[in-house]
Design a protein. Sequence first.
Length: 345
Amino acid sequence: MSLAPEHAPTMARQSLLQRLEPHAPALLIAALALAGLALIPALSSWITLTVAGLAMGMMIFTIASGMTLVFGLLDVINFGHGAFISVGAFVGVSALAALGGGAPDADPSALSDLTTLALAAIAAMAATALMGLAFERVIVRPVYGAHLKQILVTMGGLIIVQQLIFVVWGPDEIHVARPESLKGAWTFAGAAVEKYRVMAVGLGLALFLGLRWLMRGTKVGLLVRAGVENGEMVEALGYDIRRLFIAVFMAGSALAGLGGVMWGLYQEVITAHMGGDIMVMVFIVVIIGGLGSVEGCFIGALLIGLLYNYVAFLAPKAALVSNIGLMVAILMWRPQGMFPVVKAK
């Protein structure tokens, strides 16, 4: 039976909407950028704000990717994640200072600065990975499966780590100097684009592609996802699911440490409370992205970064609540987040 001619356009529109629906979260980024372009009067201002928003989003993604892996895959509500951010920032900045990065008389070559920054980031990731191992064994392991207890004990762990930072580095904020070759900005179409922000965008994109490949294209990612769905079956095949989950926890902690270094250099100041301060945005990103979803975390972080920068320019007072408004809107549209990871019951 053939369709009546008057129904054909309606069916075609429905088919188009069905094809676009899975890609709707990604299309939100383009829609938000176009809305910013329409509302911001100068093209140069829009370019500057867009790059700043992308850089901010990439750094939040670096931090939140570790959180979403632990929260979504291991079912652990770790409010102590902010402690790894702060420790990573302090260890990374200390390593950067020891290696001579940011010193006025340092070698200004880009290769030298990037190498120094990479070594400092590796030091921060190693320190926070080991810290994550201790955190999991001492604080998290006794409360697996008990969410209320997880919130309480990990918050306690966060407070303890903040006090230990006071003991080791002191209570005062520390001003951070970026490496010489990452200072300043390029001029494009009348817009000032900071070098550091461009580097942050590149690093965040590389991290996203690497995590996506790891989770989807490797045996390790397959085992982790299978362990979440049916841990007993994975153990029956001869794999130690506990070691896999500890490795995920350590990796999430290391990513928080890397994000702490990047955020500290972005703000050019670090404090013991910086991790706790940024955790609100991190939780928003994890929730709207969908627990355990790297893709959702990536898109959510970019939306948060762009929206915050656009709104801060157009209506500074509204910027404080713009991210909450975005979370409410997305959860009304998709209550489980944009790309939820479905677990077997």
